[in-house]
Design a protein around this ligand. Sequence first.
Ligand SMILES: [Fe+2]
Length: 296
Amino acid sequence: MDTIERDTRTGFDLARTGPGTLMGRFMRRFWIPVHRAEDLPQGHAKPIHIMERASPFPPYPAPVTEGLIETQTQLVPCNWLQCFENSMDEVHVAFVHRIGGSHSGIYDLPEIGAEETDWGMLRTGTRDGQVRISLHYMPNCTRVIVPPMAGLEGAGGWRELYLAFTPIDDETNRWFITNLVGVSGAAKETYLEKRDQYRRKQATMGPAEELAREVMAGRVRFAEIEHPDRVRVQDIAVQAGQGAIADRSNERLGRSDAAIILWRKILERELRAMDQGRKLKQWKPAPADVVPTLGF
Ligand SMILES: [Fe+2]
């Protein structure tokens, strides 16, 4: 059992990334996604409200398998860290995503393992001897195998996802999502037809964020959600529902929080070194052959 106070035992604030803050100075040492290329008209400038921008690119390796690349963004009305930490919490799918059945196959509670690497953290979830691997790239990106959204009705199957949580300000973050959908040839054409239907449903139903606000206000129950991005509605509701910046002062982290505990210890160590003017760890790009796995 471990307990991390709101600003951590050592007094470091891991949530706030504004100019001059320790966490902000730490985050600015890394490459951070700020905009989706397909949203930038050719020849146009795009003013960006974001950190002082860039470390060497690319920061993490490309997928090793073939497929269709899709990108999405999502604005979420809460602090970046509680979203990032949720992505490290494999156990949450058994509670948050059971309604709708999206994550069938990993609802049994796993034994969680986590180890620090040269590039971040490798996390495992073990069920009946089968190991599901997920990766967390320093400072804010999760690479994991996830199911398709509800509105795709299974099309494309479980896909590889890179999810970067970029702080816009301390109470808002934007998700930059890159999916590798494992389809090619005729299967790709079938998938694209289904994706068109899914996108029409998206346009009809409105943003997931708005429906999540209805859930947080108590006007809609999880069981009533028919949104094509039901999983995203569920995630935003439980992450932003903790408040704009989660109050961690009464947390009691346990065995299933092993990955979150380790990540905070890494950040505390690095921020302490920065605060004391000592040398920080030199993070490296991850090797291409360390990949996430489905695990069932
Ligand atoms: Fe989730």
